[in-house]
Write a protein that binds this ligand. Sequence first.
Ligand code: BT5
Length: 326
Amino acid sequence: MQETRRRVLAALETGPTAGPALAEELDISRAAVWNHVEALRDAGFDIADTTDGYDLVSVPEYGEAAIEYELDADFDVSFHDELASTNATARDRAAEGVDRLAVVAGRQTGGRGRLDREWSSPAGGVYASLVVRPDVPPSATPAYTLAAAVAVADAAQAAGVDAGIKWPNDVLVPEPTAEAADGPTTGDRDPPTDGAKLAGVLTEMEGEADRVSWVVVGIGVNANVDAATLPAGATSLAAEAAPVTRRDFLARVIDRFVELTADLDTVLSAWRDRALTLGREVRVETPRGTVEGTATDIEFPGALLVDTGDETVRVSAGDCEHLRPR
Ligand code: BT5
């Protein structure tokens, strides 16, 4: 957000403030104060004229200025009511050279998951792609996916939803353990007991052998969405607890992501604290075949260690299923 506008809002947060006092505090003309107040009103901020001065009555639920208003991190926001895919737009912006930008859409018409799967993106959800240009080798990028999953799980917890992470990128609301243990079995293959999917992360990057040029971390969260309109096995914050204020939710996610990625060494322990996969029997479909066993730990930058009984296999990419406890 424009710096003076941010300062106008900060001043109004302390209570109604008269135009001349604002002008003096910010060291700008009264006409400039009026212009900034009008611009904020255009962006959806309800600023009343009272006998005590300008009074900040309400902040818009969502949108560029609303998200930037909540953000602590030094990050710009580009908001669109609708995009095909925030990742696609973010990649274009990254190629133009931007850094620390969140491309956000109110809904997506061509949202994508990994391997070009579809990501259902109705209005009410949170769809954001974060562009960063860290000074790290390409091999470190999986840590950015893990950091985003932690950030979403933390924000969901703050919204009253007991979310955890399934390796590597799914934020799930786990099924109650009793149900998992007593549910029906189907044949000799263990049915998945993953829980309901609340959010996913799709990370893309461009780089050279030793250094990334940019990383785009796409985050899709079923926030204020009717779970019945989502694919089977999905859930939403609204369904699990209550609708959230999306500007607040997304700002929390971005702030936490920035905090974690400022020191990549902090990501793994934060991920372990939220992990649903560790200690579980898992089946991972990897590009090199199926690995089945106990997930024992995670290793930098994001590989899962699976004890198959014969050996410990290090899996860096794949689709993971949690299996019923034997
Ligand atoms: C993911 O892929 O989980 C990554 C999703 C990333 C979406 C964000 S939204 C903002 C940004 N812009 C984009 O275009 N993408 C990113 P994956 O692990 O492959 O899971 C995809 C699978 O999840 C699908 O095949 C469906 O089974 C399921 N699915 C689709 N939409 C869903 C939804 N809204 N909620 C829960 N599950 C969904």
